[in-house]
Design a protein around this ligand. Sequence first.
Ligand SMILES: [Mn+2]
Length: 254
Amino acid sequence: MKRLLFIADLHLDAAVPATLARFRHFCDRHGGSADALYILGDLFEAWAGDDSDDEAARSARQALAELSATGTEVLLLHGNRDFLIGQDFMDGCGSQLLDDPCVIEWDGRRIALCHGDSLCTADEAYQALRRQLRSPETRSALLARPRAERETLARQAREASRRAGANKPDAITDVTQTAVDALLDELDADVLIHGHTHRPGDHRWQHHGRMRRRLVVGAWSDHADFVEAASGQLGVRRFSAAGHCESGTADPAS
Ligand SMILES: [Mn+2]
């Protein structure tokens, strides 16, 4: 059976070298032993285009290229911070771009994957902005601008999102159960793995007589959460700050 790893919301940033180092360490540790690494969005704090060449871009490209060279497949879907990642970046690190949402099959189960922001449907203002930003027209228009201008826009968007987020109640910035169940119905799956909310957890419930499960990958800060699918088990795990040992299940409350 394949061993799969899922990560999200690393928010790699040249200004935070500790997380860059942790990511390289994580890739070294799992290179060759995991069959695939799924990056469920927001690998980067911001992405102004595939011509990005700061330390975060260089470091991630190299770590992922080395990981895929060991035989671990690398697959990535866009987050709200790095939706401008394109084919050049993917080619540069031997990775494959996935649709958000998508379904994979593992151990006879259908597992739905998405970044998670599309499920935060209580935040109507955010959903309107998302539709606008993620349209092919906006994407082309943004990528046609000079890099310096794109970098300024990315920084402004990040600041605006931080300000907007600070004033929103917690319930608004989490996924809604209605959106989760609608997605699982649509994709004919009973398991969902996503990130974005920075609320690592493992939720189980009944839906029309079927057991459903939603695993949330936590954001990376002074530790690194991931979801592992191995030996018939799915679970939230933590890669320690030192990077040497992994605990069983991350505490969702921490
Ligand atoms: Mn996000």
